[in-house]
Every structure is written in structure tokens, then in C-alpha cells.
Design a protein around this ligand. Structure first.
Ligand code: G1P
Length: 279
């Protein structure tokens, strides 16, 4: 698909404390859904949206991500000429079609800070952001590709949203917006992790964003917000005040693989859809 957006940022420095002890020595983004790491699903979705420059904001203990998007010569040599080679076809294609860059977030100061660290990788152009533990399956077209199409038309920042139960608003950024039709809203306000009684709606931001590059300048002077961390939601609120943020109720499914119930639901869904269907 023709896209005006080439870059996609993956903030992957987080500790994954909800998955301890599994994430004690292993990056949470390498946890598999069936036989594929979560982060690979995210990179596939970015590539489908035309974003082939992948920038990871990484941290200590995340080396396996770099190794995953590289060739393992010894392994490839071992399985060369056997049926097992086919299992590496998908990841090989990604390695051939994408470029991967890495920068480190030294101190965990929030998602806004992680995105600001990507500035040197992104430069002065619009870019996608994927939070790999939100696993998304679009209907027909991937969620990021749906958003890239909208960006081509509107040229403003876009956040993916979904309806959540009121009692869950404190786990998400939540928007207030005017419906424009076809699942699109003009965002008028947004709040990071509000208590249900303070939430402006039950439309929660999930881990897919398209951001215009002026977000970096805004992030630089955004004060710490919820939990004392620099929040992307707060920086986006400034763009929203200027009418420059859209929220999009995407067409598809999303699993919160940062939690055990979401992870199990995603595994069951993928087992039915990809594994059983293939037999
Ligand atoms: C982050 C964002 C939040 C968003 C969520 C989506 O929170 O800060 O606004 O709703 O991702 O997954 P986190 O889940 O990293 O605490």
C-alpha cells in the first residue's frame, strides 16, 4: 500500500512487571502468541501499513529483540535444506524488507519520554507508534494501515480507540470527542488513566498512534503527569486543543497481552484462527 509514513516507533523499554517471573530475564515483547513473538506481530502490522523503518526505543535486558530481527547464522546453517526452514520464512521477509534502528531509554520516565527519545530516529516527519503488548487484528486491513489511510486524508495525529467498560478507564488514556462518522472523532480533550467518575467517556486509547512531528517540541515542555511520568496523552492534549487530533474506532480486534487474561484470550483466538484453520 502507498503510504506517506515510513517510520514506526516501538517503545519496548518497559519491564513487563505484570508477567513476572517470565519477564525477569526475558523481554516481554518476545513472549510468543503461539510460535511468534508479540513484537513480530507488531512489526508485520507496521510493514503492512507501509512503515518499513522500524525504530525501537529499548532498554536494559532487551537484547533478544535485536537478535530476533537479525540472522542467526548457526541456526540457519543447522536447518538449511530441512523442512524447518519454512518456519523462518516470515521473519526473514521482515528482515529483508525493513530496516531496524535502536536507541535506549536510560531511565523509565513514561511513554511520552520514550517517544521523545525516538526523535533522532524519526526526524521531522509523521510516524506510527506501536505498543506491542496491544495485539491487534484488523478486519481485512491491519489497524495501523487503516490509520495510515486516514492520515493521508487528514494530516493530523490519530489515536486508535475502543469502548471499554466504565470501571476500566483508569487503565487507559481516555478521550472526549465529537463524532465525525465512520468511527472517527475530533478529539476535544484527553485524560491519562482517569477514575471512572472523572473519565470524559469510555473511549480508551489503545496502543496504536500516528503522530505529527511537532509532538516532539510539545513533549519537551510537557510537565510530568500521571504517576510522575511524561505522558504522551498530555502532549496530545495540546494538539487536540488546536483541533489537530483524531480518534479512530478501528475495525478489528485488540487483545491486551500485557495482562494474563488478555494474553490467554489472544492465544486462544490465534490458535483457532491460524493453527486449527491450517490443519
Ligand atoms: C499507555 C498509555 C495509555 C494508553 C495505553 C494503551 O499506558 O499511557 O494512554 O491507553 O498505553 O495500551 P500503559 O498501558 O503503558 O500504562
Amino acid at each position: 500500500m502507498e503510504s506517506v509514513i515510513r517510520k514506526c516507533v516501538f517503545p519496548v523499554a518497559g519491564y513487563g512487571t505484570r508477567f513476572l517471573p517470565a519477564t525477569k530475564a526475558m523481554a516481554k515483547e518476545i513472549l510468543p502468541i503461539l510460535d511468534k513473538p508479540l513484537v513480530q506481530y507488531g512489526v508485520e502490522e507496521a510493514l503492512e501499513a507501509g512503515m518499513s523503518d522500524i525504530g525501537f526505543v529499548t532498554g536494559r535486558g532487551k537484547r533478544a529483540i535485536e537478535d530476533h530481527f537479525d540472522i542467526n547464522y548457526e541456526l540457519e546453517d543447522q536447518i538449511a535444506g530441512t523442512g524447518k526452514e519454512a518456519a523462518l520464512a516470515g521473519i526473514r521477509e521482515l528482515i529483508e524488507r525493513c530496516t531496524f534502528s535502536y536507541t535506549r531509554q536510560i531511565v523509565m520516565r513514561g511513554l511520552g519520554d520514550a517517544i521523545l527519545k525516538a526523535r533522532t530516529l524519526v526526524g521531522d516527519q509523521p510516524f506510527g507508534v506501536v505498543l506491542a503488548d496491544d495485539l491487534c487484528f484488523g478486519n481485512g486491513t491491519g489497524v495501523l494501515a487503516q490509520m495510515a489511510r486516514l492520515y493521508a486524508e487528514h494530516r493530523v495525529s490519530i489515536v486508535a480507540i475502543e469502548e471499554v467498560p466504565r470501571e476500566d478507564t483508569s487503565s487507559y488514556g481516555v478521550i472526549a470527542g465529537e463524532p465525525l462518522g465512520n468511527g472517527l472523532y475530533r478529539v476535544t480533550d484527553m485524560v491519562e488513566k482517569p477514575r471512572p467518575e472523572e473519565a470524559p467517556s469510555n473511549l480508551a486509547i489503545i496502543g496504536r498512534y500516528i503522530l505529527t512531528p511537532d509532538i516532539f517540541g510539545i513533549l519537551e515542555h510537557t510537565p510530568p503527569g500521571r504517576n510522575g511520568e511524561l505522558q504522551i496523552t498530555d502532549a496530545l492534549r495540546e494538539q487536540a486543543r488546536q483541533g489537530r487530533v483524531l480518534a479512530y474506532r478501528f475495525d478489528g480486534l485488540r487483545f491486551d497481552c500485557g495482562s494474563v487474561p488478555g494474553y490467554v484470550a489472544a492465544t486462544n483466538y490465534c490458535f483457532e484462527r491460524f493453527h486449527r484453520a491450517a490443519r
